[in-house]
Design a protein around this ligand. Structure first.
Ligand SMILES: [Zn+2]
Ligand SMILES: [Zn+2]
Length: 297
């Protein structure tokens, strides 16, 4: 007797997220040092992960209202290219470059870190990145100047695999930034952690009917968690701030359980790329976006 097709598909959507994270940790641990230190490897690895998750949207859709159309896909691809070029270059040169100079000036050295197993280093890096991102993201929802940068991401009217990289460019630079450059982790471990963050952020925005085991959702952000963060009512967005490690919301009292398929600030007003770029300086757009919970200064 053969199992019904649905059972096999259900198993894929149940195990895809944890299995992918395990695969990423294993892959980077086993790659030859030269390959694991090559920037082309992380480029190919993250692009493949994004492509697979995007493909799953066509196999196991979560919400019909989030179905990709040509306009959404082109916007997502525009930001994908921007992320891998300008945003990444600014982060490498300005933020990481500045931190490396500071590190040299202060004589900060943590030579033991690179001796740890790669998976341990990668999980430490993930935690450092996410801890900073949690508080930055929470500040974005509580301080108006930062909210104006972040709001374009919340004007998204649907979630898809590549939507984690869609927003105002200045916000994207901040979202990619971290203090990890102050530590002496190995380059393959940094790449592995970057791959993990990319994968989890991709899962958390994907229009895929993932249904991971409860233990996975205890530690890692899922699309159900993140959809609530994209709620229409502004006050309902003030939860589930962690992009990857939802356990931080559990620890700091901002976790909310549930899911929504209706997302988008400003009465679900979709912004064009131009509006996303100009949002913080265009009163005509953001004047309609005042939120009672956000302090004026
Ligand atoms: Zn947010
Ligand atoms: Zn988001």
């Amino acid at each position: 007797m053969t199992a019904p097709t649905g059972t096999f598909k259900d198993a894929i959507f149940r195990w895809f997220e944890p299995a992918t994270l395990a695969f990423i940790l294993l892959m980077w641990s086993l790659l030859p040092a030269e390959t694991a230190s090559n920037p082309l490897t992380i480029l190919a690895a993250t692009l493949t992960t994004r492509a697979v998750v995007l493909g799953l949207e066509f196999v196991g859709e979560r919400h019909a209202g989030w179905r990709l159309n040509r306009r959404e896909l082109l916007t997502d691809l525009f930001y994908l290219v921007l992320g891998y070029t300008v945003i990444q270059a600014v982060n490498n040169e300005v933020i990481d470059g500045g931190l490396l100079a500071l590190k040299a000036q202060l004589g900060i050295a943590t030579p033991g870190l690179a001796q740890l197993p790669l998976a341990v280093q990668a999980l430490l890096i993930l935690f450092i990145i996410e801890f900073g991102q949690y508080w930055l993201h929470r500040a974005m929802h509580n301080w108006r100047p930062l909210w104006l940068l972040h709001a374009p991401h919340h004007h998204l009217t649907q979630l898809n695999a590549l939507k984690g990289g869609v927003g105002n460019p200045l916000e994207l630079i901040l979202v990619f930034a971290s203090v990890v450059a102050l530590f002496d982790f190995s380059l393959p471990a940094l790449f592995c952690a970057g791959h993990l963050v990319t994968a989890i952020t991709c899962f958390a925005h994907a229009n895929v009917r993932f249904k991971a085991p409860a233990w996975y959702g205890f530690f890692f952000t899922t699309v159900a968690h993140h959809s609530l963060h994209h709620s229409v009512a502004y006050d309902d967005t003030r939860c589930n701030y962690a992009n990857s490690l939802i356990i931080l919301d559990r620890l700091f009292g901002t976790f909310r359980v549930g899911e929504t398929d209706t997302v988008g600030q400003g009465e679900r007003r979709r912004l064009s790329i131009r509006e996303q770029f100009l949002f913080p300086v265009l009163p005509a757009i953001n004047g309609a976006n005042e939120r009672p919970g956000i302090p004026a200064e």
